[in-house]
Design a binder for this molecule. Structure first.
Ligand SMILES: *Cc1c(COP(=O)(O)O)cnc(C)c1O
Length: 371
């Protein structure tokens, strides 16, 4: 590894907060302070107690407000993050065959989860090159169509649509709380809360349509063996009581409830999206004007408003830029490791201010001038 050059960025160029990671992402420091201030009244209490049920109920009601959920939609919580939801879907949401619209590491991982399962048919995978997105098409014989709203590994916002009568299942992990969508086009919108929603990991949240609930109940009543921890039916039953099947991380629930409340109080998902778009537009415009940087995603309609991927020209190694940034307290700007490109990646979630994003690009220019 080449040594990171010693470049000290002047303090007045630095962002106020140096966290630009796509997940775990910037958690609002005032929420951390408030959590600490609960002292003995929240952490270290039983998860069935009212204080916890209140946090879960707030999350459910807050998401219903954020997405203006139609009557009959339910917000379900379970443990293990979006990764666990994939396995739960293998057991409890996919009937026989799923179609997967793949455009990066996360959408690929869901398809891989299905591929090994003994009780399902081989999934159909419709893949695009990384940096692009597959267009929704009907896949005959598929009872479930799996899309990703925002591919965190590549910085692509991908289209999804209701085509045919497959259940539409969308990974919203780096979009939930930051990018709006047509709720009528989705049956299950699931996510982990440590990305755009600036909470901690270990939890999955699913927004389910009546059709998704019906599918879960149908499969739960069938002869299929389902491990209880991965049972969507058990998660659903517990969520109706505002609790989780097993013990959740209370800090995650607390931070998630606060972040949802903040988005709703500021004008909802449209406000959050415009905040993210202002920041990401700044970076894309900066890269396009730059002599050494350019957006990785060619099609500007597919450029994510929340996770920005920027290729650097070969004489500017990303490791050096990210390394100098890190040494100056500006962290997690490295590209997704498995992508293997000379690239920087930044989150522009609503918690990351435009001012900090402008400071970030100024810092990168400062570093590159001195390399
Ligand atoms: C991070 C991420 C996941 C995985 O989340 P975990 O909480 O680690 O399970 C899944 N999908 C997307 C789009 C992600 O960004």
């Amino acid at each position: 590894m080449t040594e990171i050059p010693k470049i000290t960025i002047p303090a007045d160029l630095l962002p106020e907060d140096g966290r630009f990671g796509a997940g775990p992402s910037r958690v609002r420091t005032e929420f951390i302070d408030d959590l600490a201030a609960t002292r003995s009244s929240f952490l270290g209490t039983s998860h069935r107690r009212p204080v916890v049920k209140k946090a879960v109920a707030e999350i459910q009601a807050g998401l219903a407000e954020m997405y203006d959920l139609p009557e009959g939609h339910e917000v379900v919580l379970g443990l293990g993050g979006a990764t666990a939801f994939w396995d739960a879907a293998v057991f409890g949401l996919i009937e026989n065959r799923s179609a997967h619209f793949v455009c990066g590491e996360f959408s690929q991982k869901f398809a891989a989860s299905v591929q090994g399962s003994p009780h399902l048919d081989d999934p159909v995978v419709i893949a695009a090159e990384y940096g692009d997105a597959p267009r929704p098409v009907e896949v005959p014989g598929a009872d479930t169509a799996a899309f990703i709203h925002n591919e965190t590994s590549t910085g692509v916002i991908a289209p999804f649509a209701r085509i045919g009568d497959a259940l539409v299942v969308v990974d919203g992990t780096s979009a939930a709380g930051a990018i709006g969508f047509d709720i009528e086009a989705v049956d299950a919108y699931y996510f982990s809360p440590q990305k755009a929603l600036g909470s901690e990991g270990g939890l999955w949240v699913g927004v389910l349509s009546p059709a998704a609930v019906e599918r879960i109940e149908l499969i739960a009543d069938s002869s299929r063996w389902i491990p209880p921890f991965l049972s969507l039916k058990i998660a659903l039953d517990n969520s109706r009581q505002h609790q989780t099947y097993n013990t959740p991380a209370l800090a995650t629930l607390y931070l998630l409830a606060r972040q949802i409340e903040l988005v709703n109080a500021n004008g909802g998902i449209a406000w959050a999206e415009s905040a993210s778009r202002a920041s990401s537009d700044h970076i894309y415009a900066w890269a396009e004007a730059s002599e050494y940087a350019r957006p990785f995603v060619q099609d500007s309609d597919l450029r994510s408003p929340t996770v920005v991927t920027i290729d650097l020209s070969s004489e500017i190694p990303q490791g050096l830029v990210a390394g100098v940034l890190r040494a100056n307290g500006v962290v997690d700007t490295e590209s997704y490791r498995k992508l293997g490109r000379n690239q920087l990646r930044f989150a522009t979630f609503p918690n990351i201010s435009l001012g900090d994003v402008e400071a970030l690009t100024a810092c990168i220019d400062y570093i590159v001038e001195r390399l």
